[in-house]
Design a protein around this ligand. Structure first.
Ligand SMILES: NC(=O)C1=CN([C@@H]2O[C@H](COP(=O)(O)OP(=O)(O)OC[C@H]3O[C@@H](n4cnc5c(N)ncnc54)[C@H](O)[C@@H]3O)[C@@H](O)[C@H]2O)C=CC1
Ligand SMILES: O=C([O-])CC(=O)C(=O)O
Length: 315
């Protein structure tokens, strides 16, 4: 049986990390695409030369030609620009909308049957632009943000409770911006909900509030430290988890920016919600019950995404 093919559009910090992870995990052959000449080819050769040491089998190639997308099973899109200190993700909207239109056309022409994961910011809006430009069915194109935001939340909770990250589950819903919604009530250590852990004296409501805010500011914290760009290791791990769920038909329940039309009272927009990811792409939108406070936070986040969609519509 032929190997799967994973194409990475954008071979920068996240793209290069994705290529290495896809190789290490033997997800398939890897094609790195970028507009920068020589760069994707150079990174591909470098990663290929790690394969004898790491012991993985994959053809890793680089290209500046969209035709190289042909035959892709999965395409992960990071093309565009990242923010620098002092900027918000939303400041990237103009330039990255142009990039998504170009990338969407490349996907439409060369691999219309692929499953596409968009990472480029501002995330929820960019995945909508990419869907329209590519013409892909909405079930076959999602945005990566919730897995990353939830991983940050899980990491901070594991630190607070001094337990393994493996035992912490958590959900962050809504748009990938300052209004994202970390759900304390749906977060747990080995099934014990965080509100119960507070009652058990493992932490305090104030400390958990601080962790919620640190999660919301998770991207900005790293931008402030790096100064030249934004996070890339955890974002790459997050998208690989999603690609793996699709390629292996795992039916994982993961928070993704998915097209929601009907569920959560929404009438057709991309925003972060829990979904089942399997061989059919987004196989189900999981509509969890939100209490009044959670619903208010989610509504606020949806409004922020809608406002950006309106800006894009006028570009
Ligand atoms: N959704 C999420 O949770 C996250 C999103 N991001 C976003 O991901 C994007 C990529 O981040 P990095 O990899 O760190 O940036 P980077 O600057 O290292 O890489 C971006 C690459 O895109 C390429 N590029 C620019 N225009 C292009 C075009 N028209 N066609 C093809 N390639 C093009 C550039 O040459 C560059 O190599 C940014 O928009 C960033 O804000 C970053 C972290 C998390
Ligand atoms: O903060 C940024 O610009 C990059 C990003 O989306 C994240 O790390 O969550």
């Amino acid at each position: 049986m032929a190997r799967n093919k994973i194409s990475l559009v954008g071979a920068g910090n996240i793209g290069g990390t994705l290529a290495l992870l896809a190789g290490l995990k033997e997800l398939g052959d890897v094609m790195l695409f970028d507009i920068a000449e020589g760069m994707p080819q150079g990174k591909a050769l470098d990663i290929a030369q790690a394969s004898p040491i790491e012991g993985f089998n994959a053809n890793v190639t680089g290209s500046n030609d969209y035709a190289a997308l042909a035959g892709s099973d999965v395409v992960i899109v990071t093309a565009g620009v990242a923010r620098k200190p002092g900027m918000s993700r939303d400041d990237l909207i103009g330039i990255n909308t142009n990039v998504m239109n170009q990338v969407g056309a490349g996907i439409k022409e060369n691999c219309p049957d692929a499953f596409v994961i968009c990472i480029t910011n501002p995330l929820d809006v960019m995945v909508g632009v990419l869907q329209k430009a590519s013409g892909l069915p909405t079930s076959k194109i999602v945005g990566m943000a919730g897995v990353l935001d939830s991983a940050r939340f899980r990491y901070f909770l594991a630190e607070e409770f001094a337990v393994s990250v493996e035992d912490v589950t958590a959900f962050v819903l809504g748009g990938h911006g300052d209004t994202m919604v970390p759900l304390v009530r749906y977060s747990a250590v080995a099934g014990i909900p965080v509100p119960d852990l507070i009652k058990m004296g493992w932490s305090s409501a104030e400390k958990i509030d601080e962790i919620v805010q640190r999660t919301r500011d998770g991207g900005a914290e790293i931008v402030g430290l790096l100064k030249t760009g934004s996070a890339f290791y955890a974002p790459a791990s997050s998208a690989i988890e999603m690609a793996d769920a699709y390629l292996k038909d795992k039916k994982r329940l993961l928070p993704c920016a998915a097209y929601v039309d009907g569920a959560y009272g929404l009438d057709g927009l991309y925003v972060g919600v829990p979904v089942i990811l399997g061989a059919g792409g987004v196989e189900r939108i999981v509509e969890i019950e939100l209490n009044e406070d959670e619903q208010a936070m989610f509504d606020r986040s949806v409004s922020a995404v809608r406002a950006l969609n309106e800006i894009v519509a006028k570009l």
